[in-house]
Design a protein around this ligand. Structure first.
Ligand SMILES: C[S@@+](CC[C@H](N)C(=O)[O-])C[C@H]1O[C@@H](n2cnc3c(N)ncnc32)[C@H](O)[C@@H]1O
Length: 260
């Protein structure tokens, strides 16, 4: 553990605090301060306490911790959904994946990790401020040097020389960008759309039909995590749960124009 690295402090109620360790820095609470040097000496997995006796455990933030706490311009894809998108895209190290929009870079971080240093993520975003935020968030946490940032409208995509192994779309109207990206996706590979509203899911499927785009609708699902509060004899579902985030629509690209 070194100065400049991210650390996550957890208090006895399970609340988390994410920050970077600075030489001479301190973490101030209502029950006293902790010097960053103390935290560094305790190391990841260690424990520290303020002079008033307030205890904290010291952790290396996971990707989920980071995405939930990082600064944002647009709402990041929720981590449970981002992990499932990588799974529904059937990503593996070395693959090439396209995403839009970059937003705050939440999904980019998951995709970059899934395809690894030998793979490539092309991240499209039409708002400069969002792109800058996404780029900064990625570089500040974990950079595999495998992301190409493109400023522009995905609907105007020119098919690249090499097609993609998957496409992840977290934007309001995916049907506007599907015609342009379809020739850039390998046959029998997937597009996954992250859509908060069921009305968007229905609109997407209607547009696919109306535009005769070569896709099979594989499935639409929600990722539901039900957390439990287990402190025997207490053992029941937590009273606070993450509610609805979005629907994930998995589409499989058919070869050619999709007609026999
Ligand atoms: C909800 S945010 C994406 C959040 C991102 N997945 C994350 O995890 O941080 C949607 C983003 O898509 C961008 N966007 C919408 N339509 C676009 C398009 N046609 N081309 C490029 N970017 C687009 C918006 O500017 C916005 O930043």
């Amino acid at each position: 553990m070194n100065y400049g690295e991210w650390v996550l402090l957890q208090d006895r109620r399970g609340r988390n605090y994410l920050f970077r360790l600075k030489e001479g820095g301190s973490f101030d609470t209502q029950r006293g301060s902790l010097r960053h040097q103390q935290i560094l000496e305790a190391g990841y997995g260690g424990s520290v306490a303020t002079p008033q006796g307030e205890p904290f455990t010291v952790h290396r933030p996971t990707l989920e911790d980071y995405v939930l706490h990082m600064p944002r311009e647009a709402t990041p894809t929720y981590p449970k959904d981002a992990a499932t998108i990588a799974f529904l895209l059937d990503l593996a190290p070395g693959m090439r994946v396209l995403e839009a929009g970059s937003g705050s870079g939440g999904l980019t971080l998951f995709l970059a990790r899934a395809v690894g240093p030998g793979g490539q993520v092309w991240s499209y975003e039409w708002r400069e401020r969002h792109q800058a935020r996404a780029r900064h968030n990625l570089q500040a946490f974990e950079d595999w040097h495998n992301v190409t940032w493109v400023l522009g409208d995905l609907a105007e995509l020119e098919p690249p020389a090499q097609p993609f192994d998957g496409v992840a779309l977290d934007l309001m109207e995916p049907w506007n960008v599907l015609p342009a990206l379809t020739p850039a996706l390998k046959p029998d590979r997937f597009v996954v759309c992250y859509l908060p509203n069921l009305t968007q899911v229905v609109a997407l499927l209607e547009h696919l039909k109306a535009q005769a785009l070569p896709y099979l609708h594989e499935r639409t699902l929600e990722v539901i995590h039900r957390e439990w509060d287990i402190r025997p004899p207490v053992a029941h579902p937590s009273f606070q749960q993450v509610g609805h985030t979005a629907f994930l629509v998995q589409l499989r690209r058919l070869a050619g124009n999709g007609k026999p």
